[in-house]
Design a binder for this molecule. Sequence first.
Ligand code: NAD
Length: 315
Amino acid sequence: MGKRVLITGGAGFIGSNLARDLISKGCYVICLDNMSTGRMENIEDLLDNDSFAFIRHDVRKPFRVSADEIYHLACPASPAEYQKKPVDTLKTCFLGSLNALDLAYKTGARVLLAGTSETYGDPLVHPQPEDYRGNTSSTGPRACYDEGKRASEALFFDHGRQYGTDICVVRIFNTYGPNMSPNDGRVIPNFVTQALSGDDITVYGNGTQTRSFCYITDLLAGLEAAMARKDFRGPVNLGNPSEMTVKDLAHLVIRLTGSSSKIVYRDLPADDPSRRRPDISLAERELGWAPVVGAEDGLGMTIEYYRKQIENDQQ
Ligand SMILES: NC(=O)c1ccc[n+]([C@@H]2O[C@H](COP(=O)([O-])OP(=O)(O)OC[C@H]3O[C@@H](n4cnc5c(N)ncnc54)[C@H](O)[C@@H]3O)[C@@H](O)[C@H]2O)c1
């Protein structure tokens, strides 16, 4: 018998890819999601699979599911989404994490938090190692997510210390790939869908801010390695250390799509981080993990996904 794995937020971008990967490795996957940013089309083909179950539920309310492992992913990740109802985002971060931890404590499951590089805010240390404590704002428009996730981390570590709950915290840096909603608002779906539609590509600020983009299959390998590494609590960075400017990303997307789109510049949103790059030496040492998919390959597969999405919408 394979493991029973609960994925909160399992109908979202990362969760639905993780569900598929774990099923292919013999696991029984229970996906729990309130469908606030998740999409039924991400999991539609799994609904008839005997190794998959879907529960529509909001993690802000307690839940009881028997599982050996819990990947706690439920939380909106796109700034446009998490800022729509910021108080709800904070509640999801805090109450959702508490409910996932209480379940893990009661059932003896190992529980992994999908933390974020936003924990480092607009970093003053570059690249960011795990012991860098960050430069976040507790009052700005991104605080509901950044500080919410920091509260999730604190709750995870305190649950581990106070009750002995088997916890692990990973900090995910920008990840992209198929199943991320074309309307998500994050930079790669924005640029690719704009390029494929021949629309202007909107760069916020002057485009010199940097990001490090990790392809989804690399992230999945990191998440599973962290889950498998018993007694390892983290926090551990998971991301691709190869850094590029947002402007260079726009040019690369234009080249790979063969688009005639032009780049236009818009005002930078408040608290947008200027630099982002993970120091992954801890993940390399403790998990034997490093990303292997380069930007051109990862973007190529992602472009194909959005191309099909646009074709389906036009039919
Ligand atoms: N994709 C990234 O680059 C990235 C980076 C850092 C951290 N993360 C974290 O990874 C996790 C997944 O991110 P994603 O990119 O797949 O985002 P996503 O928005 O595609 O997925 C989030 C999922 O959680 C669900 N959800 C949200 N609130 C919920 C609630 N209250 N109850 C139940 N379900 C709820 C949504 O419906 C959605 O299916 C999030 O916790 C996010 O913070 C992602």
